[in-house]
Ligand binder design. Structure first.
Ligand code: SF4
Length: 321
């Protein structure tokens, strides 16, 4: 069941040299009990898309059009107070750096209890019990003792578990995990991702996983949307994406990770464009080895190349790049 729809989101920034567009017609959906991976290089628009859902955009950002529907309501029409009721309670963020969400001056218990009091209207013993249960659910050992720990007394992995515990304590329906394991070492990465996966399965939570790590995507995602320079260029089920990538950028990404498709590792020439660069036609054309004349002036729209598989490219999509 679809729980959140982002439709034709257009967004830009007020810069010194005027308004610069950063997202073009971004559309995707989240489903209960599924992980959608939003994939792409740094600066492609993944995080700003997620921040649009949470209503946490920087001051200079401006949404010019689009709709973000959650439980039948367009989140973009809500005021700050209404969004505060949704943020944390129904839609929770697991950030890359847990210290951006944890206050170093307060204990984990204080912060967890605050969340439970605000979002569940529980207090006293009931709230305390709920806080311990939440820490136990994310496998934090000696949960009751940990309530008295300050964030700096926990490892990176434990801090990330504490954040996930806060989301759990609120029964969040959507988890937005923004590069949630980038700051962690490999074994802890797998534990945190397994935890997110278990929560998703047990609570039927919808997860938006923002990452540039295709190994994580292959292991955990149900569906994939690839972003390049502010546009979604391909979306499909994870199985279809890894077996039959249609967009040259997707294929290049897959060819640049070790052990994939039995091919020699490749690099993608050039850099993604900055927001200041004007690029006509397909925004990938300066880096595309299949570029054709009309790619320089026409913008390819997303079209369905197989059931549920969409790609924005002028190549004949029967040709797997
Ligand atoms: Fe390459 Fe043209 Fe396809 Fe863009 S539209 S990815 S430039 S072939």
């Amino acid at each position: 069941m679809k729980i959140l729809n982002v439709e034709n989101l257009n967004l830009g920034f007020d810069c010194e040299n005027g308004f610069r567009q950063a997202l073009w017609d971004v559309s995707f959906s989240l489903e209960c009990g599924k992980i959608l991976a939003l994939v792409g290089e740094s600066g492609c628009g993944k995080t700003i898309s997620a921040m649009s859902i949470l209503g946490l955009l920087p001051k200079k950002a401006q949404i010019t059009s689009g709709v973000i529907t959650f439980e039948g309501v367009d989140l973009l029409t809500l005021n700050n107070k209404s969004m505060q009721n949704i943020r944390g309670k129904k839609i929770a963020l697991i950030p890359q750096d847990p210290m951006t969400s944890l206050n170093p001056l307060f204990t984990i218990g204080y912060q967890l209890l605050e969340v439970i009091k605000i979002h569940q209207s529980l207090s006293g013993e009931l709230a305390y019990k709920k806080a311990i249960e939440a820490l136990e659910a994310v496998q934090i050992p000696c949960a009751e003792e940990r309530l008295n720990s300050y964030p700096h007394e926990l490892s990176g992995g434990m801090k990330q578990r504490a954040i996930i515990a806060m989301a759990l304590a609120c029964n969040a329906e959507i988890l937005i995990a923004d590069e949630p394991t980038t700051a962690l070492d490999v074994t802890i990465q797998a534990q945190i991702m397994d935890l997110i996966k278990n929560i998703k399965n047990e609570h039927n939570t919808a997860v938006l996983l923002i990452t540039h790590d295709l190994a994580l995507v292959r292991e955990y995602a149900d569906t994939v949307a690839v972003m390049y320079a502010g546009r979604i260029v391909e979306s499909a089920t994870a199985h279809e994406f890894f077996n039959n990538p249609c967009h040259p950028y997707s294929a290049a990404l897959l060819n640049s990770i070790p052990g994939n498709r039995g091919k020699i590792l490749e690099t993608i020439a050039g850099q993604p464009p900055s927001i200041q660069q004007d690029i006509s036609g397909c925004r990938f054309h300066p880096r595309c080895k299949f570029v054709m004349e009309h790619c320089l002036k026409d913008v390819p729209e997303l079209s369905e190349v197989a059931p549920g598989h969409f790609c924005a490219c002028f190549l004949d999509n029967n040709i797997n790049p």
